[in-house]
Design a protein around this ligand. Structure first.
Ligand SMILES: Nc1ncnc2c1ncn2[C@@H]1O[C@H](COP(=O)(O)OP(=O)(O)OP(=O)(O)O)[C@@H](O)[C@H]1O
Ligand SMILES: [Mg+2]
Length: 529
């Protein structure tokens, strides 16, 4: 029985030995079939065994490696930190993992190889070497390098922007930015550090800016917001925020101080241009106005001289009745007439002077309610000499026209431009005395002044251009092409109204000024042109 048992257990040992051997063969077969490879070294890190997979990636046959260290094959630079970590691990006989180094193949090609290993200890604990795995990670490393290059390019591009650029994640927390953004945020008194909320960075601009930001994002399904802010040092910023595909927010801060300065400079240049056009007009008008004053002055003078002799004659007749030669009855009836005519003349002069004063009076900064009919009459008075030789002027004023909030001096300037243009068009047509009609009308929340004439009209090909700066069909000296462009600026930009043209070539033109009665709430409505 015992012998039988012993035989049985011997057979078991053999069986087990055979089956272990088979397992080892299988493992070896698996190892040999892999592109990765297994290896063993001695205590001096010289290869004692390498599986054949190493040849497929590195081109080195296992027998070429045996007896040599992997450092014999390493191509120059390997990440210094990684290398010193590895050397420290080897020194301490620690397991290591994920060490990547560059290996030069016999054909000169460089491959990236990643290894990991564990120390082999004898039963008594003495260190005998390392065993581990190696694999070729060239493609992975290259892909990582490509990602790094792409990232560096992206960072370079973002850094080269003069605008401040920042990225926030979908929860509104700061992820990254360029230096320009950090600098601007610092000027604003905010810190743009990792994890800070976008609201924290905007907050130092103050409640109104935060509110403007909220309003911009409140719109349902808003994808972007834009608002303005000012830095404490007076610089002006525009802030644009846009949702990214992942729901984060890209933010661009642009310093628009110079743009705003240029805008202000242009606005003041426009004001100067308007002012100088007005002075030009007054210069042109001055001769005509002198002429207009001359006529009543002359007959006031004639009448006063007559009154002087009449008074001498009358006083002689009073002192010595019956001695004089003059006809007292005649004087008594003529003197009151001469006095009335003188008063008329003085009144006419007063009106002209008042109109000139009114016309040239500088406008206040704010719009104020004005009587447009009085304004139109003023303009007609100062410009009388420009049109009276070629046309009659008819006014058709709406009886219910309310006072209109405006810069009345500038509206005078517009009406003057239109009246002078009308007179020129009638003169250019040249056949007969023309008619300029100025009418006013209230239309809901709007007031219209239209100036129509019986002149040449505007040629069809020019209707789109007459409002362009410096467009003129007049000879030098007669027109500079600024009248309508300045008029449009005054009406549209400064009053929120519009200036339209209707023309019948050969029969006349009609320009219509439309002004809102409530400039704050008015939506400019286009008139037919
Ligand atoms: N009532 C009109 N009838 C016909 N053409 C007109 C009329 N008003 C303007 N135009 C045309 O539009 C052009 C531009 O007018 P605008 O008032 O801007 O300049 P201008 O009269 O030529 O010169 P400026 O007004 O600077 O002295 C005129 O040259 C003329 O051809
Ligand atoms: Mg003109």
């Amino acid at each position: 029985m015992e012998t039988a048992t012993a035989i049985a257990s011997q057979r078991d040992y053999k069986e087990e030995g055979r089956s272990r051997f088979a397992t080892l063969r299988r493992i070896e077969a698996i190892l040999e079939s892999s592109n990765d490879w297994a290896w063993e070294t001695d205590a001096q890190f010289r290869f004692t065994w390498v599986s054949s997979g190493v040849a497929r990636s590195t081109g080195l046959r296992p027998e070429e490696l045996i007896g040599r260290s992997r450092f014999d094959f390493a191509a120059e630079s390997t990440d210094r930190d990684r290398l010193s970590d590895l050397l420290a691990d080897l020194d301490q006989r620690n397991p290591f993992d994920g060490f990547v180094y560059r290996l030069r193949r016999p054909d000169g090609v460089i491959r990236h190889v990643e290894i990991g290993g564990v120390p082999i200890l004898a039963l008594d604990g003495t260190f005998q070497g390392y065993a581990g795995f190696g694999k070729d990670v060239t493609e992975r490393e290259k892909a990582e390098q490509r990602v790094q290059i792409a990232q560096r390019r992206m960072t370079d591009a973002v850094e080269s922007l003069s605008e401040g650029f920042a990225l926030f994640d979908p929860t509104g927390r700061f992820v990254m930015s360029n230096r320009a953004f950090v600098a601007l945020a610092q000027s604003a008194g905010a810190k743009a550090g990792f994890g800070r909320r976008i609201e924290e960075i905007v907050a130092p601009f103050g409640a109104p800016v935060l509110a403007a930001r909220m309003r911009a994002w409140e719109v349902p399904d808003a994808r972007a917001a834009a608002y303005e802010a000012a830095l404490p040092d007076g610089r002006a910023l525009t802030i644009a925020e846009r949702r990214t595909g992942e729901g984060g927010i890209v933010v661009i801060w642009t310093d628009v101080t110079d743009i705003r300065k240029a805008e202000r400079a242009r606005a003041s240049l426009e004001t100067e241009l308007r002012q100088s056009q007005k002075l030009d007009a007054l210069g042109t008008l001055a001769g005509g106005i002198a002429h207009e004053i001359n006529t009543p002055t002359q007959y006031v003078g004639d009448n006063v001289r007559f009154l002087k002799t009449a008074f001498a004659d009358l006083s002689a007749a009073v002192r010595a009745p019956g001695t004089g030669s003059s006809d007292v009855e005649f004087l008594l009836s003529e003197v009151p007439l001469a006095i009335d005519q003188s008063l008329d003349g003085v009144e006419r002069i007063r009106q002209i002077v008042a109109a000139v004063k009114e016309f040239s009076y500088p406008d206040a900064k704010e719009k104020s309610p004005a009587d447009l009919h009085a304004a139109i009459n003023t303009t007609l008075t100062v410009s009388r000499n420009q049109w009276k030789y070629v046309a009659d002027v008819e006014t058709r004023f709406a009886p219910d026209l309310p006072p209109v909030p405006c810069h009345v001096g500038e509206i005078n300037q517009v009406v003057l431009n239109l009246v002078v243009n009308a007179a020129h068009a009638i003169e250019a047509k040249g056949d007969e005395r023309g008619l300029i009609t100025i009418s006013t009308r209230k239309d809901g929340d709007w007031v219209e002044i239209s100036v129509s004439d019986t002149g040449t009209g505007v040629a069809a090909e020019n209707t789109g251009r007459v409002f362009d700066p410096f467009f003129t069909t007049k000879p030098p000296g007669k027109g500079t092409g600024q009248g309508l462009s300045i008029s449009r600026t005054i009406v549209v930009k400064k009053h929120g109204g519009n200036l339209g043209l209707r023309s019948e070539p050969g029969r006349g033109a009609e320009f219509t000024i439309r002004l809102p009665l409530n400039p704050a709430s008015a939506q400019p409505k286009e008139t037919a042109t």
